[in-house]
Design a protein around this ligand. Structure first.
Ligand SMILES: Nc1ncnc2c1ncn2[C@@H]1O[C@H](COP(=O)(O)OP(=O)(O)OP(=O)(O)O)[C@@H](O)[C@H]1O
Ligand SMILES: [Mg+2]
Length: 152
């Protein structure tokens, strides 16, 4: 059952960062967040904003080649996946990726459609649509989320 659905226009990168800050207040250990959207849609920008809001200081690089980057933060161990180059379901087990998904972690997953046979289900799904100037952000959650501040 879908508990929360939000759709919002983000007019520029600052609006994406603001959305990240609002979303970060709603995250809890154990959650899995899928991020959908084309190349350059804003997935990493949103994850960067979430990680900074959760206390990470410093760079957040796109894990395009490493597949996953860990961030050990006060709220939870956060794992930022980019599965764009992920090909082989056997790699999932061999690399121990399954262990990253546990009750103490928050997993933020770009390109989840590349590993749908092995990925745990999402608690929150985020989709970006690209507009000529800006983005549309869609958020769907299995749990209630307080996202009123997104509109401010
Ligand atoms: N709301 C917005 N409006 C316009 N531009 C934005 C907005 N949010 C982010 N951007 C810009 O769009 C680009 C998004 O790049 P980003 O790396 O976040 O995309 P991505 O979805 O992670 O792509 P990839 O699939 O290649 O990893 C950046 O240049 C960023 O400045
Ligand atoms: Mg990215």
């Amino acid at each position: 059952m879908t508990e929360t659905y939000s759709t919002q226009i983000l007019k520029d990168e600052a609006a994406t960062v603001h959305a990240a800050e609002v979303l970060a207040t709603q995250l809890k250990p154990g959650q899995v967040i899928y991020l959908h959207g084309d190349l350059g849609a804003g997935k990493t920008t949103l994850v960067r904003g979430i990680l900074h809001a959760l206390g990470h200081v410093g760079k957040v690089k796109s894990p395009t080649y490493t597949i996953v980057e860990p961030y050990i933060l006060p709220l939870a161990s956060c794992y930022h996946f980019d599965l764009y180059r992920f090909q082989d379901a056997e790699e999932w087990e061999a690399a121990g990726f399954r262990d990253y998904f546990n009750s103490n972690s928050i997993c933020l997953v770009e390109w989840p459609e590349r590993a749908e046979q092995v990925l745990p289900h999402a608690d929150i799904e985020i989709r970006f649509d690209i507009l000529p100037h800006g983005r549309v952000l869609h958020i769907t959650s299995q749990h209630p989320l307080a996202l009123e501040e997104l509109c401010q």
